[in-house]
Every structure is written in structure tokens, then in C-alpha cells.
Design a protein around this ligand. Structure first.
Ligand SMILES: [Fe+2]
Ligand SMILES: [Fe+2]
Length: 239
């Protein structure tokens, strides 16, 4: 349904380059979180899988960054930065900053499964709309295969470490993502409303004060004015 919006977002070469660079950062950040998760988990199989996953995310980061830099370098000089629309086409991966040290393995796996699923869905849309940029399209195609593997292994492992409560962990992670999405939306809305109210205040409250100041200025006599003798004593205090 959002195909035309994404096609428009990715058509602009400058925006595409910066988007790829930001996706690169998100992937590398995700890789770092997974290295930390592999240090903390007591489960040897999860440790190995988290490490493989971390290496994948690090590689995705490199691929996105390299392609973003190539696209940026190919731009003619003097191109102006365009509207980025990050909230319209996010990366899908842990945009909600994950605190690995505070999560148990089952919560982490549930969170990772949903993030990877979201990333896989978004990357398949981005791959489909990038028909005119074959190298970037191929990068999404390759990364998408890894994301599907990440999405599947996290679900299988969640069912292994928490056979009875894995559905409950998934619902909790879904609710947490929904809540964070709501908070992001509410923050953006508060920013827009704040700017609107301040603009209205500027145009409604300030003009009467400006008018009063101008009227007082007109009543002032130009030049020096003599002051009364009782105010003309020598100064004993500052005011
Ligand atoms: Fe990735
Ligand atoms: Fe991934």
C-alpha cells in the first residue's frame, strides 16, 4: 500500500545515499548489541548464534555504508540536502534502543524476532521499489536473506528456551514496540503543537506590546530633558 511513498522516498539520489549511511549505522549498532548479548548469555548455543548474528549485522552495516558512500560520491557538486522522511522509511532494526544487559534471553529473542521480521518486511519493499538502482537493490536482496534467517532462528530459539511461555513473551514484545511507537508519535506531535502554539503567541500577544512601545516612543521628547531638582542630588546608591 505504501509502495508509491517508498518509490518517491528512494527516487532522490541524495536522500538515498544518506538513508543508506544511516541504515549502515543502525546495522552496526545492532551488531554491537548482539556481541554484548553473546557475552552475557549463559546458553552456549545462543552464544554462538548471537555471534553469527552480530557478524551478519556488522557486514550489513559495511555494505550499506560502502554503497551510501559510492552514491554520495557520484552526486554532482552543489546538490542541496532534501527532506529525509526517516519516519516514513525507517530501517526496521532496533530503532528502539535495546538495553541488552537488562533483558533475559527470552525477552531478547522475542524482541529480536519482531525487529528482524519488521526489517525483512521493510527491506523487501525497498528492494522492490529500487528498480532503477541495481547495485542497491542487490544489497537489499542479499541482506534480506540474512534477515529472514535471523527472524526464523530467534523464533525457534525462543520456543526452545521458553517452550510454555514463548507466546506470552512475543505479545509482551509486541506491546512494548507498540508503546514505543506511540511515544515516538506523541513526541513528534508535541513538537508540532509546541511550534504552532508559539507561532500563534508570537503573532497574537506580541503586536499589542509593540504598539504600546511605539506609542510611548511617540510621546517622548527628542533630545536631552532637564530633571527635577529633588532628583538631581549626588548619587549615593546604584539605583
Ligand atoms: Fe541486518
Ligand atoms: Fe538482522
Amino acid at each position: 500500500m505504501l509502495g508509491p511513498v517508498h518509490r518517491w522516498i528512494w527516487r532522490d539520489t541524495e536522500r538515498r545515499a544518506h538513508k543508506l549511511l544511516r541504515f549502515g549505522e543502525t546495522e552496526t549498532d545492532g551488531g554491537r548489541d548482539l556481541v554484548r548479548a553473546s557475552e552475557l548469555t549463559p546458553d552456549p548455543l545462543l552464544r554462538r548464534l548471537y555471534l553469527v548474528h552480530a557478524v551478519d549485522e556488522h557486514r550489513h552495516g559495511e555494505m550499506f555504508r560502502r554503497r551510501g558512500a559510492d552514491v554520495l560520491r557520484a552526486l554532482p557538486p552543489g546538490v542541496k540536502p532534501s527532506f529525509q522522511g526517516d519516519w516514513l522509511a525507517p530501517s526496521g532494526h532496533g530503532a528502539d534502543d535495546l538495553n541488552v544487559g537488562e533483558e533475559s534471553d527470552d525477552d531478547l529473542l522475542a524482541f529480536l524476532h519482531l525487529s528482524e521480521k519488521a526489517a525483512a518486511e521493510r527491506f523487501s519493499v525497498y528492494r522492490d521499489v529500487l528498480q532503477d538502482d541495481v547495485p542497491t537493490r542487490e544489497i537489499f536482496e542479499e541482506i534480506l536473506r540474512d534477515e529472514v534467517f535471523h527472524m526464523n532462528y530467534t523464533l525457534v530459539q525462543l520456543a526452545r528456551v521458553s517452550p510454555e511461555r514463548h507466546r506470552w513473551h512475543l505479545w509482551r514484545a509486541r506491546f512494548s514496540r507498540l508503546w514505543k511507537g506511540y511515544l515516538r508519535l506523541a513526541t513528534a506531535l508535541a513538537g508540532v503543537l509546541g511550534s504552532l502554539i508559539l507561532t500563534i503567541q508570537y503573532f497574537v500577544l506580541l503586536p499589542p506590546f509593540a504598539w504600546l512601545a511605539k506609542r510611548a516612543e511617540r510621546r517622548e521628547q527628542p533630545g536631552w530633558a532637564p530633571i527635577s531638582p529633588e532628583r538631581n542630588n549626588s548619587l549615593r546608591r546604584q539605583y
